[in-house]
Unconditional design. Structure first.
Length: 134
């Protein structure tokens, strides 16, 4: 089983984890961490390292982070040489649901692409053409 780690600023990741795990009735090898900048990068990196050790069962860990170039990204990127992980930025609920749904069906690299593609499919703009008409 591929582990799933959600890294965000604030409790956003914890809320995503709870919601997605509740919908899918699957919480095995899923974790969320709040990477607050109140801590130094070495402390944050150690927290992520510990989480990766817990989550990895040999098939790797999908790391879903909130912002490219943010604290979660910068904390985790150097760990790619030490762990079998794939990072996907822009985490949202459809991504976590896709990860939970597909993590037993495909290898980590394929899963990371699937999660990204599935998330893009759920983004749409709906507007009322009559709004703003005078």
């Amino acid at each position: 089983m591929i582990g799933i780690l959600v890294l965000t600023h604030g409790q956003f990741g914890e809320d995503l984890q709870k919601t997605a795990c509740g919908i899918m009735n699957d919480s095995e090898k899923v974790m969320a961490l709040n990477l607050s900048r109140r801590f130094d990068f070495p402390v944050l990196r150690q927290k992520v390292r510990e989480a990766l050790h817990v989550l990895d069962q040999g098939q790797g860990v999908l790391v879903l982070i909130d912002a490219y170039g943010g604290t979660s990204y910068n904390t985790t990127l150097p760990l790619m040489s030490d762990f079998h992980i794939c990072l996907v930025t822009g985490v949202n609920l459809p991504m976590v649901l896709s990860a939970l749904s597909n993590r037993n069906r495909m290898p980590l690299e394929e899963l990371s692409k699937k999660v990204s593609e599935d998330a893009k499919k759920t983004i749409s703009v709906c507007s009322n053409p009559r709004v703003g008409i005078k």
